[in-house]
Design a protein around this ligand. Sequence first.
Ligand code: AMP
Length: 167
Amino acid sequence: MSERVYIGLGANLGDRGEALLQALQRMAALPQTTLRAVSSLYSSAPVDATGPDYLNAVAVLETEQAPHNFLHALQALELQAGRERPYRNAPRTLDLDVLLWGDQRLDSPTLTVPHPRMWERAFVLRPLAELDAQRVTAAQLHAVCDQRITVAQDPQWAASAVRQSTP
Ligand code: AMP
């Protein structure tokens, strides 16, 4: 059975746009997985951290993979992009978070879904609302409206990755 899965992407080191595009292409190429849509590309200030601004987006995929297998695949993509973890919330070449897994709730030591901090982050809620307005309420968006975030590019920035993935 396939599930509709929302993934948050972020990068604030190196060639950020290229890292996000490559991550989308690699996620789209995962077994039993199709990339359905990608939000606009956003630029945001780091939350609870210092360092350069992030580029962020949210992608929606359909996958028949099990959640933990999919998380491991995402972590392998982070490593492939040169991700290091020197300290909590350190700047990063690529961050991939599982935001939503269909309508499921998952709570294991390594995977919590919905992502526990997603409701505090404009860089998640704004692109998520763009992809699926029913997933985010006006009150939730209002709660993060003081966070600095702008649209850097319209959704066409990732159109080639979506096209290549569609069977
Ligand atoms: P981060 O430093 O933000 O990449 O966090 C990675 C850690 O969070 C890993 O140890 C994951 O097992 C754990 N984790 C728990 N829930 C999630 C989730 N929904 N998406 C991604 N990582 C998660």
